[in-house]
Design a binder for this molecule. Structure first.
Ligand code: 5GP
Ligand code: ZN
Length: 114
């Protein structure tokens, strides 16, 4: 999608600190980190929200979780622990409408989303 920020990062039209990529996904550092480690994991293909995924995307969605595993290990936070967040639509706090997982870690995280 031409105007999508994360599509631009995937296509290298916008710079980002990419930490992992493969045929289906790209992972890069969040520009405004909310934890010492804050990585965004996105599918290369544009899906605006989780609600736009369908049964045929089941492999892709599973893949994104496995990428999170890999990146958590790569960043040295796998054993200490980390959190995955997926915001969906307005009340979920989604601001960028290209499906993404937040991988957060590097300190003990609090838990009070509301
Ligand atoms: P959301 O609120 O949509 O779940 O998360 C969007 C995330 O994208 C935010 O954490 C925000 O800091 C990050 N972000 C927004 N614009 C950019 C950008 O241009 N580059 C990078 N690397 N991250 C961005
Ligand atoms: Zn996009």
């Amino acid at each position: 999608m031409e105007t999508c920020l994360f599509c631009k990062i995937v296509k290298r039209e916008l710079s980002a600190k990419i930490v992992y990529e493969d045929d289906d996904s790209v992972a890069f550092e969040d520009i405004n980190p909310k934890a010492p480690i804050h990585i965004l994991i996105v599918p290369r293909r544009h899906l605006a929200t989780l609600l736009d995924a369908s049964q045929s995307d089941d492999r892709l969605l599973g893949h994104l979780l496995l990428v999170a595993n890999n990146v958590a290990r790569q960043k040295g936070i796998a054993e200490r622990g980390f959190r995955l967040v997926l915001n969906c639509n307005s009340e979920g706090g989604q601001v960028v409408f290209h499906l993404h997982l937040h991988l957060l870690g590097g300190q003990r995280l609090s838990w009070r989303p509301a």
